[in-house]
Design a protein around this ligand. Sequence first.
Ligand code: DGL
Length: 300
Amino acid sequence: MFQIIEFPVMTADAEVRGLPIGIFDSGIGGLTVLSAVHRRLARECCLYLGDTARLPYGTKSRGTVVRYALQAAEKLVERRIKLLVVACNTATAAALPDLQKAFAPLPVIGVVEPGARAACTVVSGKKHGGNILILGTESTVNSRAYDKAIHALRPDAEVRGVACTLFVPMAEEGWLTGPIAELTAARYLAPVIGEEAGHNRFRPDCIVLGCTHFPPLAGAVASVAGPEPVIIDSAETTAEAVEQELTRLNLLRQTGDSNDPPASGCLRFLTTDAPERFARVGGIFLNAPLNPENVELVSL
Ligand code: DGL
């Protein structure tokens, strides 16, 4: 269960270490990343922004996603943060270099590289480069951002991508298991990995859930893919990357810092639309109840 409390008041001379980690996503799906960061770094405060008014990002053009991502990041930077996590795969694929440039020297971490690293670890024992299937939004798959990140680490890996657009509203609706979820997964995956693919059939060693909304649908994916492929999401590896970066920069909260951290870190939520819905659906992704009073409505 999360403890949700107000941030301590920041003074002008507050240590950077006492600032929260900023995390943004196009909506609520990035709460899976927040959850992993919070589990790993329980003493840290996190400020999460879900741009629910403009979801989905995944079907929009690169230019639009870059503009939205810059605006979302700016809102968090205005509130003062010590590190930015781009929890949205689509925004990471389209805008990570733009964000790193616009907000330098603020450290900015995306989800694609950690996800690619996790996939390469899974296939590292394979004699051939390993077969990796990326499931993402249309925009993420078309960007080939995962392909590039994987090939940088493992040039001989075979990478395929499938856009699973309907998974996003299904996850928002809470349709995560049962016949609708499984039929939808089959509709997307069977032409690539099923028998019907014939001699073009791709046999993945690893399936990357390259979208914030897909982890709750992992069971539906497995119902089509079978037990063999390892299914991974990048939330845990992203949280690990956040810890490594904060450690490297000596920015982890410590006892004795100004704004001495409470025993457990605090969480604050911003949304661009409908705080009540954010709290209701967000609870599914966080696996913990979320009080709408802790969700602030903002405009970008
Ligand atoms: N957050 C997006 C992602 O991870 C999924 C939802 C959307 O399309 O905005 O790609």
